[in-house]
Design a protein around this ligand. Sequence first.
Ligand code: GDP
Length: 433
Amino acid sequence: QPVLAVVGRPNVGKSTLVNRILGRREAVVQDTPGVTRDRVAYDALWNGRRFTVVDTGGWEPDASGLQAAVAAQAELAMSTADAILLVVDATVGATGTDDAVAKVLRRSKRPVLVAANKVDSERAMAEVAALWGLGLGEPFPVSALHGRGSGDLLDAILEALPTTPRDTFGGQPGGPRRVALVGKPNVGKSSLLNRLAGEQRVVVDSVAGTTVDPVDELIEIEGRPWRFVDTAGLRKRVNTASGTEYYASLRTKAAIDAAEVVIVLLDASEPVTEQDLRVITQIVEAGRALVLAFNKWDLVDDDRRHQLERELDRGLVRVPWAERLNISARTGRAVGKFAPVLDRALESWDTRVPTGQLNAWLNEIIAATPPPVRGGRQPKVLFATQAQTRPPTIVLFTTGFLEAGYRRFLERKLRETFGFSGSPVRLSVRVRE
Ligand code: GDP
């Protein structure tokens, strides 16, 4: 979700305005300069759109004076936010500091809005026009305390913020979720599909006569319909044409792309193959939820089971978060367990961690284990926000590059706290400047 940074001198009413934007009474903690603030980023919702509000106050306590501190704040805002709100006290007018900040902000490539705060009465309106002088366009008169003008300001903020792609993922909301069933030939895909569907196979789409004739089927599991995408790929066909494998891999890719959650079927009675691992990587890269099902469990004895554990420790290091089912399409073993496992994976995939919670977590982790020094400098992690769901995508705003090892550490910690079992998680770093 897009980020709005709020900047301004102390005492202009920034925090009150932030609370007004958030639409709740939860006090933004005012802290002593020099003390790292507990939380700096918050979720806001206006007219059905979400964005993150970052109160930049208190970030960069600076020995070189107020002007430099506020200018640094503005620089930071310009490099991390999608839009910036400069708050000015209309009853005081533009001070030298305000002018200095405005000068910095005029260089911004991002939209900048000016809130003329403390306009509690008609009389105060007279002061607002003078703030055109900041050179940042029309000032918005507001009273953060009483709420006056905040609706217009919020409308303008939404207009200034970029629209993010909607989180919805095709299909009707509340409709059947989309599942792809993939795996190498003879692993038991059609057997499993038949086992799941029983008699009631319902073909929902069919575009015949094309090379990739996609066919979806609605299949009930535990009394609820699921949309299995591109099941035509699972049909038995005579593989005489050359290049069959190539088409099979295209087909697998198309099925993964069309799905929300992918079941990878593996043959438990045989060694895990490179091809299996490639498909798993493909799913992670496509950002789909993942369930691993080991079929032909009826053929697995104790020896094979131990061997398999060793193979999995080596092979599945990339996806320790994926749930596994040991099934048999032949006997029906554990086939009834798909519904809860698919549900959990999709729930993780859909999860949105509130920004406040995310930053409370982040501050705790960073206090205990700060990012490693790089090139003599310690990168600071300023705040985090979840930019997207499906899969959960977390953006960290930092003052420097974070090493891959530290990013992996953060992802591990993130999963310890928030789970996300069954879903990939993306962690991206936005470095200021
Ligand atoms: P697909 O190519 O992945 O669709 O695989 P099929 O469903 O056609 O199955 C390939 C072969 O494996 C068939 O002979 C099935 O009878 C057999 N098979 C499928 N599932 C199981 C299972 O759970 N246990 C055993 N022993 N054989 C299975």
